[in-house]
Design a protein around this ligand. Structure first.
Ligand SMILES: *Cc1c(COP(=O)(O)O)cnc(C)c1O
Length: 362
């Protein structure tokens, strides 16, 4: 196997689910496993975690189909926007549809009727994200239409928070009030309220009054907090260790700059080691001369332009040989560190660790 790989601590993911469940009980838990389980590797994560969750969430219908092909039996919600021509796939693979417009709802009802199959649907209300969903101020006719659908199983209704990770709860509370207003339409029409869900990771941490019947943890399930300011009201820990090994070791002299663009050179003879991992693996090029790497248990600066498949680390006067251990993430280097060096958020760091990096599940 490639010396550069991602170690995934599945037992930690289970502990994270349990910590989240204890915090939101009696609400159900639907971890979001879109984007290759936030980079962790869907093929290992989904079958392992299935027994400990109520639902699994993905963004794309293709991701839902992949879960079924892995043998997942639990319900799967496809949360992202879809095209009407993708509707048959929901029936074929028993996926739960997010009905985000009256047109989609009507098409789904028609198709369910013609195929005489059960189609599970969650209505999506847009309370302040302006992405997909029927706006709260247009929801009444949408819900009335849904009550008239004869061939759908209207299992849920949900919305998505736009600012849940910030300590200022004002925007979230406003979204919540809009959602509550929509829920009153059920009462008014004496229709039983379906499964209600609102909270992403930020909401789980910051908005206990919004846990409702189910929560949708993404980043928190993977043990990472949604930003530095997020309240740490649930204790979770990350599950990733990104490992590699020294592929080349030499002493570089002053006047002999390292890598493309000659952006860095030693001021005195320095031990420079090459790590066989680069931006094609998701080790962002924009971390050049910013990142730190653990080699043989000690942190050292990354130097010279990060290449597609390799990058260099400056050990100074220390020594390392070909084959020695390097750690790019974990054991003292956090996802937050990588995000700061790359000028992005934790989500982008994790979801960009590419398919070329083998996942090893512990
Ligand atoms: C991705 C996603 C989530 C999870 O968001 P986190 O901030 O990672 O917790 C929740 N709900 C929906 C609809 C999503 O698309």
């Amino acid at each position: 196997m490639r010396p550069t790989y991602l170690e995934v601590n599945l037992a930690q993911l289970k502990q994270n689910v349990e910590a989240i469940r204890a915090h939101v009980a009696p609400a159900k838990v639907m971890p979001m496993v879109k984007a290759n389980a936030y980079g962790h590797g869907i093929d290992g994560v989904a079958p392992f975690i299935e027994p400990f969750v109520d639902y699994l969430g993905v963004a794309l219908v293709e991701e839902g189909i992949h879960l079924r092909q892995l043998g997942i039996k639990k319900p799967i919600l496809v949360a992202g926007g879809i095209l009407i021509e993708q509707l048959p796939l929901f029936l074929e693979h028993d996926l739960t549809l997010t009905a985000s417009s009256p047109e989609l709802l009507a098409a789904a009802d028609e198709m369910a009727e013609s195929t005489r199959k059960q189609l599970k649907v969650h209505l999506k209300i847009d309370t302040g994200m302006e992405r997909v969903g029927v706006r709260d101020y247009e929801a009444e006719s949408f819900l009335l239409k849904s009550f008239a659908c004869r061939h759908l199983s209207l299992e849920g209704i949900y919305t998505h928070l736009a600012n849940s990770e910030t300590p200022d709860r004002k925007y979230s509370v406003m979204q919540l009030e809009r959602f509550q207003e929509v829920l009153r339409i059920y009462e008014k029409n004496s229709v039983p309220v379906p499964i209600r869900h609102v909270c992403n990771s930020g909401g789980i941490l910051n908005l206990p009054e919004a846990h409702f019947d189910m929560v949708r943890p993404g980043v928190l399930f993977y043990g990472v907090y949604p930003g530095r300011e997020a309240l740490r009201s649930v204790n979770v820990k990350p599950a990733l260790t990104w490992r590699s090994r020294v592929a080349y070791s030499k002493v570089t002299l002053p006047g002999r700059p390292v890598s493309y663009g000659s952006l860095w050179q030693a001021e005195s003879p320095a031990r420079i080691v090459t790590i066989p991992c680069g931006y094609a693996d998701g080790y962002f090029r924009r971390m050049t001369n910013q990142a730190q790497v653990i080699v043989k248990g000690k942190k050292y600066p990354q130097v010279g332009r990060i290449c597609m498949d390799q990058f260099m680390v400056n050990l100074g006067a220390d020594h390392a040989e070909v084959g020695d251990e390097a750690i790019l993430l974990g054991e003292g280097v956090t996802v937050e560190d990588l995000a700061a060096w790359a000028g992005t958020n934790e989500y982008e760091v994790m979801t960009n660790i590419s398919a070329r990096v083998p996942r090893v599940f512990l």
